[in-house]
Write a protein that binds this ligand. Structure first.
Ligand SMILES: Cc1ncc(COP(=O)(O)O)c(C=O)c1O
Length: 451
């Protein structure tokens, strides 16, 4: 056992806890191979079966993954790859284009709305899960997008909502079809919640039908799709694609369809939403998750789930049996924001700015001979020409030296190719050519023979 970290314990659970503590303190770094089972067993004086059981426990908790050829490896979680430390000699004084955050300057100011919450009655135990004010505001917004809203319940944001919805019908070990590349929090979450992610290819119009068909045929019990502002590619589901995806899901009765609408308000100014659930109302279980995070502020921690009554009822029961309910203070605040005409204008302005910034970056990269995508949302995705993950890291490091932190594609993908994600949300369009030039150089520097 390597001397740099200590593993102790005499049972599978104490050994697993000891490793977990070392992972938490980074004494065992992400990506590290754990000692071979026999070596650790002999150094601890326990049977190999006990160590194997400890490793199984860690796998079930999502802490490790088996690296088939070499053993058990500590997982690399969200952010750990995306924000590598600056190498020695490289300035840490960079502009962060890696976060995926909305531009704080483009979020509506919520403070006047807090002060004006005159219709708010402090809820006590026994209050309805969904406040009537939020129900009205959410129903109006969903109806405008043709999303059926017969049953609704609030959750603490999209990720919380998706995890609870999945838990209403899945069991540990079930497969979940996810977009690849996709949102790291979801890819990591799916594993941490005990499910197995199955990759579905994405193009500009959303998940590719053949890819979804493959995942369903491979036994996926649930599908999570992003209707717009797909993270990281910016894909938005087209009308035709929505129909094709809905048809496929219908052919697999019992599969749960979850649609993530985190792009509500910021995706693409004036564009029509082509939601899969609105195109053909699924006969089985489904949920449409509308988060307030991107257009109104991540700190609101609120999403509304619309869905079939069984799924929504179970999700509500899940919240009731853990957090209790989503505070009516945040529900009232979001209801006020969703119903206010002046806020609507602020959000529409933000969507225009996001589009301008995205397009400026895509155009500037094109002028440098670097193809990139980003139809909607807050990011631009730059696929790398070679299928070599080391290129992501070297581009990220070179960009840092030029004064910008961008995100390595590694945390966003399962089997899709290497890429760099640039969050353009807060980057003025006038800056795009400088960033594009530096990025093109950072990519060319490791392409064999250049472009
Ligand atoms: C695809 C996707 N869904 C949802 C969210 C927002 O989630 P939440 O409402 O949990 O903050 C994000 C944020 O980055 C995202 O990229």
């Amino acid at each position: 056992v390597p001397a740099q970290y200590q593993i102790s314990g005499s049972t599978s659970s104490t050994i697993a806890s000891s490793i977990e503590a070392s992972v938490a303190s980074k004494a065992i770094p992400p990506g590290e191979l754990l000692p071979p089972i026999r070596d650790l067993a002999s150094s601890l004086g326990v049977s190999p079966g006990t160590v194997a059981a400890a490793y199984r426990l860690l796998g079930q908790r999502g802490l490790t993954a088996s690296d088939r050829r070499r053993g058990t490896r500590v997982r690399q979680w969200r952010g750990e790859e995306r924000t590598p430390a600056a190498p020695p000699g490289v300035s840490t004084d960079f502009v962060d284009l890696s976060s995926g955050n909305p531009d704080p300057a483009l979020l509506p100011d919520v403070r006047p709305h807090l002060a004006r919450m005159t219709d708010y009655d402090a809820a006590t135990y026994g209050a309805p899960a969904l406040s009537p004010a939020l129900a009205d505001a959410a129903r109006a917004g969903l109806a405008a997008d043709c999303v059926p809203a017969e049953a609704m319940t609030p959750t603490f944001g999209a990720l919380d909502g998706i995890s609870r919805v999945l838990s209403t019908s899945l069991r540990s070990g079930d497969r979940v079809a996810v977009e690849d590349p996709g949102w790291p929090s979801l890819l990591n979450g799916v594993r941490r919640w005990g499910y197995v992610p199955v990759p579905v290819e994405v193009d500009d119009e959303g998940p590719v039908p053949d890819g979804l068909w493959g995942a369903l045929a491979a036994g996926a019990r649930a599908v999570v799709v992003t209707c717009r502002a797909q993270n990281p590619t910016g894909a938005a589901i087209s009308a035709e694609r929505a129909g094709a995806l809905a048809d496929l899901v219908e052919r697999y009765p019992g599969v749960l369809l979850v649609e993530d609408d985190h792009g509500h308000g910021v995706a693409e100014p004036g564009s029509e939403l082509h939601s899969v659930v609105a195109t053909t109302l699924p006969a089985g279980q489904w949920a449409f998750v509308r988060s307030a995070a991107k257009a109104y502020g991540p700190d609101l921690r609120l999403a509304v789930i619309a869905g079939d009554p069984v799924t929504v009822g179970r999700t509500e029961a899940h919240v009731a049996s853990s957090a209790g309910w989503v505070s009516h203070i945040s529900q009232h605040l979001v209801a006020a924001l969703w119903s206010d005409h002046s806020v609507e204008q602020v959000v529409a302005q933000a969507a225009l700015a996001y589009e301008e910034r995205r397009v400026a970056m895509i155009d500037a990269l094109a002028a440098e001979g670097v193809p990139a995508v980003g139809r909607t949302g807050l990011n631009v995705w730059v696929p790398l020409a070679r299928r070599d993950a080391a290129d992501e890291a070297s581009s990220v490091t070179a960009m840092m030296a030029s004064g910008w932190r961008v995100a390595a594609g590694g945390t966003f993908r399962l089997v899709s190719g290497p890429a760099i994600r640039v969050t353009t949300a807060s980057l003025p369009a006038t800056e795009a050519p400088r960033v594009a030039h530096a990025l093109a150089r950072s990519i060319r520097s490791h392409a064999p023979g250049g472009y």
